[in-house]
Design a protein around this ligand. Structure first.
Ligand code: ADP
Ligand code: MG
Length: 702
C-alpha cells in the first residue's frame, strides 16, 4: 500500500475542512505525512499529583478528586465558570471561559474524576483553566493503550478546527485502525535493521504514537532518529561518491616557482600551525586526480585569506587560472587590495569584477580571462554570469560561503570543462553535526588557532541610558589613537525606522565628538557604491576615527587599528551576526572591546544571546548556542543548502552520537557498495527514490 498517494482528506474523521488546515499548518498532505507527524513529547499519565504539590511553572499534570461549587462570574467577555477541585490535600480552583453548560451537565458532585491540565498562577494562587475531565472508568479504558500520552504540535488554526493535540491523537488512531495488520514496508533493508538491532519501521511508527511502555517508546524513537539521520547521510555521501566518480580532478602536483617565491620572499608573517595544516590538506587534495570540494572553517580573523591565496598559487603554478568570489563589493575590494599587496612585485595579473565595473573594462576582462593573460579574478556575484568564461579555471574560492546558495556554487563548477577545484570558506562556524548534514558532501578543514599576539576581545553589556559612561570610554580609546565602529541594526521590514535611528545616532555622535577634534564617517547599504568605498577607505586609512554603520561591515572588513565595536539594539541581532561584527575588532595587537547595548526589556532568548556573547569569544561555542536557541532550520546557510534540515524527530544538538554512528554506517555501506548495486541494498535505492519523489510531489500540487 502506498500511503503517500492517499490524500489525507479521505481519512476517517478528517474531511475537506480539516484537510485544508492540516496541509497549510502542518504540511500533512497524505496518510504517510500523518504517520510521520511525530509527537514532540509524551506525558506520563500513570503519575497522579496532589493539590498541595502544584506549582505555577509545572507542565501538564493530572489529579484525582471531586469537583464542586460551580459559580458563574463576570459579564460579557469576562464571563466565566469556576469550580473547586478537592482532594485530601487541598483545594484547586478550576476555570472555564466557554462551554459552561456542557461542563455543568457532565460533572456530577460527590463523584470522583480524573482531571488533567496545566497549573497556572493567578492572583498568587494556583488554578487550572479548561482541564480535561474524565470519569475514572473512561480514564482506565484509555490507559490500556499505554500510560504515555503523545503531545503534538498544533497551531491556533488547528485548535480551532478540532485539531488540538488530542484531535491529532484521534485521527492517528483512525489511521492506525485503517492500517490494521497490514505492514508499512520498511525503509531500511532487513540486514541493516538486524545489524543495528533497530525496531522495525511499522512497529516504531506504532509505538511513537501509541507507546506501550517507556522502553518501547525509546526504541521507537531511536529507530526513527537513526533512519532520519542515516538517510540524509546516505543521500549526501552518495552524491559525493557519484561526483568523485564522474569528474576527473584537475591535477596540480607541482609546487612551483610562484608558491615558493611567495613562501620564501613575500609571506608577511609566519603561518600559524593551523594554517600550515590546512594548506597541507589542500595540497594533498589538489595533487591527486580528484576534484577538491572543501569547506574551510575558521573563526573571524583566523587568516583564511592567506590560505586562499596560497591555494590559488598552487593552481597558478600548475598552469591554471583562479577566481575568488566574495558576497559584497566592499569585501571584494578588500581582497583585491590585500592580495595585490601581499603579492608585491610578483608577475601575477589580478583583476576585479563587480556589478559596478564599467562596460569597457568588463569587455577587456572577459578577453583577458579567455586568452589567459588574467591569472586571478576577484569579484562578487558578477563572476557567475555566463559571459564570464576562463581559458582554464583551476580553482574557485568562495568567501563567506553561507551568503551563497548551492545553485551559485554549482555555477562556478561549470566554468570549466572539468569542474575546477572548489574551496569554500566560512567564518560563521558551523556546529560539527550541522556541517555533517548540511555540508555532508564536502571535506572539512578547520583553522582552530588565531595568529599569535591577539588578545581576546573583552565584551560588556550595558542597558540603554548608560550613554555617558560609554562615551567616556570611547574618548579614552580614541585618545590612544584607536578607532571605533558604531553599529545600528537595519532590517528590511523596518527599514525606515532603522534608517532614522541610524541617522539620529550619527547626528548625536557628531555632537558628542565634534570636529575638528574628531571625525566621523557613515556607511550603509543605501549609499552609492562610490560613497561606500569612500567612507570605508577613509576609515581604513585612519582619516575617520568613528565609523557609524549598519551590518554592511559585518563580513570580512579588516581594519586592525579599530579596537572598539559598539553595537546598538543588540537584541535585534542574531548570534552569528553579533559574532561576525565583533570579529571586526581584535585584529591588531591592542586590547579590543565589544560593547553591547540593549533596551531594558529583553526576551529570554535575547538575554541568552547576550550572555553567550559576553561569556565566550569562541565561534564554535557560539554556533552551538545558536543551534540550540534557534534550531537548525533558521541558521544562516542552511536554507540554501537544499537539505531538508527541519528534522522531524532527530535533534542536531542532542543526537550527535546517533548522527556520527549513522555516518559511519553509511560510509561502511558505500565502501562495500559504492553505487548501491547489491541486491541487499535495493531497498535503500528505493527509499531514496521515493523520498525524492515525495519532495517534488505534493509541494507542486498544493
Ligand atoms: P579571516 O579568516 O577572518 O578572513 P583574514 O584572512 O582577514 O581573516 O586575516 C585577519 C588578519 O590576520 C589579517 O590582518 C591578516 O593579515 C592577519 N594574519 C593572517 N594570518 C596571519 C598569521 N599567520 N600571523 C599573523 N597575522 C596573520
Ligand atoms: Mg575573511
Amino acid at each position: 500500500m502506498d500511503l503517500r498517494s492517499l490524500d489525507i482528506k479521505n481519512l476517517q474523521g478528517v474531511g475537506l475542512k480539516k484537510a485544508e488546515v492540516l496541509k497549510s499548518d502542518a504540511n500533512i498532505f497524505s496518510y504517510e505525512d500523518l504517520l510521520y507527524y511525530f509527537p514532540y513529547k509524551h506525558i506520563d499519565r500513570s503519575r497522579f499529583y496532589k493539590v498541595n504539590e502544584l506549582r505555577g511553572n509545572m507542565p501538564y499534570v493530572q489529579l484525582y478528586g471531586q469537583i464542586r461549587n460551580f459559580k458563574t462570574l463576570g459579564e460579557g467577555r469576562k464571563k466565566r465558570l469556576t469550580a473547586q477541585f478537592i482532594d485530601n490535600t487541598g483545594i484547586l480552583e478550576l476555570v472555564w471561559f466557554k462551554g459552561a453548560d456542557y461542563v455543568i451537565k457532565n460533572i456530577t458532585p460527590k463523584q470522583n474524576f480524573v482531571i488533567f491540565g496545566k497549573p497556572t498562577v493567578f492572583n498568587k494562587r494556583v488554578n487550572m483553566a479548561h482541564p480535561e475531565v474524565e470519569r475514572p472508568e473512561d480514564f482506565k479504558r484509555k490507559l490500556q493503550g499505554g500510560a504515555l500520552m503523545p503531545v503534538y504540535n498544533t497551531s491556533e488554526r488547528m485548535k480551532k478546527s478540532y485539531l488540538s493535540s488530542k484531535g491529532i491523537q484521534r485521527i492517528q488512531a483512525n489511521l492506525r485502525n485503517f492500517l490494521g495488520m497490514s505492514r508499512v514496508s520498511d525503509t531500511l533493508p532487513f540486514y541493516l535493521v538486524e545489524q543495528e538491532r533497530l525496531m522495525r519501521l511499522d512497529e516504531a511508527l506504532k509505538q511513537i504514537h501509541f507507546p506501550e511502555s517507556a522502553q518501547q517508546l525509546a526504541k521507537a524513537q531511536l529507530r526513527l532518529k537513526f533512519e532520519e539521520l542515516f538517510l540524509i547521510q546516505l543521500r549526501t555521501l552518495r552524491t559525493k561518491h557519484m561526483r568523485m566518480d564522474k569528474y576527473r580532478g584537475l591535477p596540480c602536483p607541482l609546487i612551483g616557482d610562484l608558491f615558493n617565491d611567495f613562501f620564501n620572499n613575500h609571506l608577511p608573517f609566519d603561518l600559524t600551525g593551523a594554517q600550515k595544516r590546512v594548506i597541507r590538506e589542500i595540497r594533498q587534495d589538489m595533487g591527486r586526480e580528484i576534484q577538491m570540494n572543501r569547506l574551510l572553517q575558521g573563526d573571524v580573523g583566523s587568516g583564511k585569506t592567506l590560505v586562499a591565496l596560497m591555494t590559488i598559487l598552487i593552481a597558478l603554478d600548475n598552469g591554471y587560472q583562479a577566481c575568488l568570489m566574495a558576497p559584497t563589493e566592499i569585501l571584494a575590494h578588500q581582497h583585491l587590495e590585500s592580495i595585490t599587496e601581499m603579492l608585491g612585485n610578483m608577475d601575477i595579473n589580478v583583476r576585479l569584477l563587480t556589478g559596478s565595473t564599467k562596460k569597457a573594462e568588463r569587455a577587456e576582462i572577459h578577453t583577458g580571462l579567455l586568452d589567459g593573460s588574467i591569472h586571478i579574478l576577484i569579484g562578487t556575484h558578477a563572476l557567475l554570469e555566463n559571459i564570464v568564461q576562463f581559458k582554464n579555471l583551476g580553482i574557485a574560492v568562495i568567501d563567506e560561503q553561507h551568503r551563497f546558495g548551492v545553485a551559485q556554487r554549482s555555477k562556478l563548477w561549470n566554468k570549466n570543462q572539468d569542474p575546477p577545484h572548489v574551496l569554500v570558506m566560512t567564518a560563521t562556524p558551523i556546529p560539527r553535526t550541522l556541517a555533517m548534514t548540511v555540508y555532508g558532501d564536502l571535506d572539512v578543514s578547520i583553522i582552530d588557532e588565531l595568529p599569535p599576539g591577539r588578545k581576546p576581545i573583552k565584551t560588556v553589556h550595558y542597558f540603554e541610558g548608560k550613554q555617558i559612561e560609554v562615551e567616556q570610554f570611547m574618548r579614552k580609546e580614541l585618545a590612544k589613537g584607536r578607532q571605533i565602529y558604531v553599529v545600528y541594526p537595519l532590517i528590511q521590514e523596518s527599514e525606515k525606522l532603522d534608517m532614522k535611528s541610524l541617522e539620529e545616532g550619527f547626528e548625536h555622535l557628531k555632537k558628542s565628538f565634534p570636529e575638528p577634534e574628531y571625525s566621523i564617517g557613515i556607511v550603509h547599504g543605501k549609499l552609492k557604491n562610490e560613497d561606500k568605498d569612500l567612507a570605508m577607505n577613509a576609515f581604513a586609512k585612519g582619516e575617520t576615527q568613528i565609523l557609524v554603520a549598519t551590518t554592511v561591515i559585518e563580513v570580512g572588513v579588516n581594519v586592525p587599528n579599530a579596537s572598539v565595536m559598539m553595537i546598538n539594539s543588540t537584541e535585534r541581532f542574531g548570534l552569528s551576526q553579533l559574532h561576525q561584527l565583533r570579529g571586526r575588532v581584535g585584529r591588531g595587537a591592542e586590547q579590543s572591546y565589544c560593547i553591547l547595548t540593549s533596551s531594558y526589556k529583553l526576551s529570554e532568548e535575547s538575554k541568552l544571546r547576550i550572555q553567550t556573547m559576553v561569556g565566550t569569544n569562541d565561534g564554535f561555542e557560539i554556533a552551538e548556542a545558536d543551534l540550540k536557541l534557534r534550531g537548525p532550520g533558521d541558521l544562516e546557510g542552511t536554507q540554501q543548502s537544499g537539505i531538508p534540515i527541519q528534522l522531524k524527530i532527530a535533534s542536531l544538538t542532542r543526537d550527535a552520537q546517533i548522527l556520527q554512528h549513522a555516518r559511519d554506517v553509511t560510509e561502511a555501506i558505500l565502501s562495500e557498495d559504492p553505487k548501491l548495486e547489491l541486491e541487499k541494498n535495493a531497498v535503500l535505492v528505493d527509499t531514496l527514490r521515493k523520498q525524492k519523489a515525495a519532495q517534488i510531489n505534493w509541494s507542486v500540487i498544493s
